[in-house]
Design a protein around this ligand. Structure first.
Ligand code: NDP
Ligand code: ZN
Length: 356
C-alpha cells in the first residue's frame, strides 16, 4: 500500500509499505475523509517529537472498516467510523486514574504518526478498536465529522480544562481550528464575554459565529494588555492557549485574574525558544501565590468521546463544517492539504480531503 510519510525531519513524500496486520483487538481501516493538523507540521518541520524515518503521517480520519480482530464486536467490515486522533490503551493504569490520553506513559495514547504509521495511507491500523472506534452517524456531513477526532476533541478539552464559570469572561489566545473549537466550547460551557486573539480574516469571521464577543489582534500590541484595558484592569476568569509560541503562557498569566485557570492546548515544538524553556513572568504569575492554575492536556480519544462530539453536531449546537475552508478529492491530495496547513494563507482554517 502507499502512504504519505515523514521521510526525516523537514522532508515528506510518498512511500510503499505492507498493509498493517490486524491483531485480535484491532481494526484495519481505509480512509474515508482526512485532515492534516498543525501538529503534523510541528512533527515534520520542527522535529518536535524527534526524528522519524518513513513514518506515515496523519491522525485525523474518518474511516471505513476493512477488517476486525476476533475480539471486536461493535464494528464490522464496511462500517463507516470516526477514528479518534488519540487511541488509548483502555484498562491501562493511567486510564484508570482518569488520564486516558496518557496510557503507557506521557502522551502514550497518541500513536498515529508518533509511534506508529498514521492515517494518511491506503490502510491504517487501530488499536483497541472496540473502545476507540465510533460509528459515524449518517445524518452528519463528512466535512463536519472529520473535525471530531482532534479539532473538536482538543478545542473542547481546552474549554473543559479552563473551569469556566457560567457568565465568566474567557480569553482564547489563537483562533486556528483548535482555538475556534475552544470558543465554541467556552460558549457551550456558559461563558459570558469571550475574547478571541488572532488576525487572519477567515478565522476572525468564524470566531464571531462561534461566540467571540471581542476580537484582539496581537499585531496591535500585547494581547494581554489589550484585554486588561478592555476589562478595566480586571482580566479574565479563564484562558485557553491555542496558538503562538511559548510566550503565550506569559500573556495568559498576565490576562488571568487571581484564581483563574490557564488551559493550554499548544504543542510547543522544539526550537521555538533558544533555551528550550517555557518562560513564565514571576509577577504576572502572582509571584507563585495567586492561585493561577496552568493546566495542560492531550486530545481525549475513545468511542464515547467521539459519540458525544457527534451529538453536538447532530443537535445543531455547533457546525464545525464552517472550518473546512478547502475541500480536496482523493488521497493523493493529502500532500497539497498538508502544504496548505504549513503556509496557512489568510483564508485557510482547515483543508480536508475526501477519499472516496
Ligand atoms: P493554527 O496555526 O491554525 O492557529 C494558531 C493561531 O494562533 C492563529 O489564530 C494565530 O493567529 C494565533 N497566533 C499566532 N501568534 C500569536 C500570538 N503571538 N498571540 C496570540 N495568537 C497568536 O493552529 P491550530 O488551531 O491548528 O492548533 C493550535 C495548537 O494546538 C498547535 O500548537 C497544535 O499543534 C496544537 N494541538 C494540540 C493538540 C493537543 O492534543 N493538545 C491537538 C491538536 C493540536 P493568526 O493566524 O492571525 O496569525
Ligand atoms: Zn491533529
Amino acid at each position: 500500500m502507499k502512504g504519505f510519510a515523514m521521510l526525516k525531519i523537514g522532508e515528506v513524500g510518498w512511500i510503499e509499505k505492507d498493509r498493517p496486520k490486524c491483531g485480535p483487538n484491532d481494526a484495519i481501516c481505509r480512509p474515508l475523509a482526512l485532515a492534516p493538523c498543525t501538529s503534523d507540521v510541528h512533527t515534520v518541520y520542527e522535529g518536535a517529537v524527534g526524528d522519524r524515518h518513513n513514518m506515515i503521517l496523519g491522525h485525523e480520519a474518518l474511516g471505513i472498516v476493512d477488517e476486525v480482530g476476533s475480539e471486536v464486536k461493535s464494528v464490522k467490515k464496511g462500517d463507516r467510523v470516526i477514528v479518534p486522533a488519540i487511541t488509548p490503551d483502555w484498562g491501562d493504569e493511567a486510564e484508570q486514574r482518569g488520564y486516558s490520553s496518557q496510557t503507557t506513559g506521557p502522551l502514550g495514547g497518541w500513536k498515529f504518526s508518533n509511534f506508529k504509521d498514521g492515517v494518511f495511507g491506503e490502510f491504517f491500523h487501530v488499536n483497541h478498536a472496540e473502545y476507540n472506534l465510533a460509528k459515524l452517524p449518517p445524518d452528519i456531513s463528512l466535512e463536519a465529522a472529520v473535525m471530531i477526532p482532534d479539532m473538536m476533541s482538543t478545542g473542547f478539552m481546552g474549554a473543559e480544562n479552563a473551569n469556566i464559570p457560567i457568565g465568566g469572561t474567557v480569553a482564547v489566545f489563537g483562533i486556528g481550528p483548535v482555538g475556534l473549537c475552544g470558543i465554541a466550547g467556552a460558549k457551550l460551557r456558559g461563558a459570558g464575554r469571550i475574547f478571541a486573539v488572532g488576525t487572519r480574516p477567515k478565522p476572525v469571521e468564524i470566531a464571531k459565529k462561534y461566540g467571540a464577543t471581542d476580537i484582539i489582534s496581537y499585531k496591535n500590541g500585547n494581547a494581554a494588555e489589550q484585554i486588561l484595558e478592555l476589562t478595566d484592569g480586571a482580566g479574565v476568569d479563564s484562558c485557553i492557549t491555542s496558538g503562538g509560541g511559548p510566550d503565550i503562557i506569559m500573556d495568559a498569566m498576565k490576562a488571568a485574574k487571581a484564581g483563574s485557570y490557564i488551559s493550554n492546548n499548544n504543542y510547543f515544538g522544539k526550537g521555538m525558544t533558544d533555551k528550550d524553556w517555557i518562560p513564565l513572568n514571576r509577577a504576572d504569575w502572582g509571584v507563585g501565590m495567586a492561585s493561577k492554575q496552568l493546566i495542560t492536556g492531550l486530545c481525549p480519544g475513545g468511542k464515547v468521546r467521539m459519540e458525544r462530539l457527534a451529538s453536538i453536531i447532530q443537535t445543531g449546537r455547533m457546525d464545525p463544517a464552517l472550518m473546512a475552508t478547502h475541500v480536496f478529492k482523493g488521497l493523493d491530495k493529502i500532500e497539497d492539504a498538508l502544504a496548505m496547513m504549513k503556509t496557512k494563507g489568510p483564508d485557510v482554517i482547515k483543508p480536508v480531503v475526501m477519499c472516496e
